[in-house]
Design a binder for this molecule. Sequence first.
Ligand code: ZN
Length: 310
Amino acid sequence: MTAIETLTNTSKDTLRDVLTRLENQGAALGHFNVADQTLLKAVVAAAAETKLAVLIGASEGEREFFGARELAALVKSQREEFDLPIFLNADHTHSLAKAIEAANAGFDSVVIDFSALPFEENVARTKEAVQAIKAINPAILAEGEIGNIGTGSEIHETAQGDPRTLSTPEEARQFVEATGIDVLAPAVGNMHGMLKSMVQGKAKKHLDIERIAQIKQAAGVFLTLHGGSGTDDEHFRKAIAAGINIIHINTELRVAWRRSLEESLARDPNEVVPYRILRPVVDSVKQVVSSRLRLFHGENVGAGAVGNVA
Ligand SMILES: [Zn+2]
């Protein structure tokens, strides 16, 4: 049993409590996106198996498909059933209306993403959304984003993001001060989605660890690493030590979901019972989530245990 496992993780903890506790332990909170109940079951099963906190994420597209209120109700129910800190985040929210909708639905945090706009406009729109969601729920955590880390948790032909738009410590400090955000998502060499070579396990993402440490120092708030899929394990460990508090994994889950679904369907062309087809999919995705959770909590998962989803 590790030191982390001896902690009393319960459903009564707030997201802020958990992030503070993990930071003191040198660990990070895993964030996993869900688009349907199969993925949700997999993430919750991984939390139950490892007895670790998780942050479930849903982007605007995922919320639209699942239903924001339906997802919030299911997560609340699972949190109570398992008595574990299972939180819900409204990932990449691009409008004030969608941020308010998520806060009203009971989400624990909102990623306010106006990072495609010029800096001053990003500041103004983010600040407005922070105030609006905190008026609905003062305990909600607001995340803001600066820099360019590409879009789409998918398999890409060419690299996403632009190395010229990595975040600087000075703009991080200014952005946090001007907006009142609780969590900052900087661009530090991370990117959304995976290249084909990463899906095949032939290449890994590398992070600018020094920049993370400088941004942490300047910003003084929790930091999120978006686009974590396909990142080198050692870089994850160093990024957490440098000040990363939340790590987003989406594409790895989607790759595992699709591959296991194809395998399950191919196993018996006459099988039509949904839960027999989908149960192996839940198990496959759960394995990816459990491995990542253990890595983010400093457990030695062994080379190649995660990251190579091929
Ligand atoms: Zn993201």
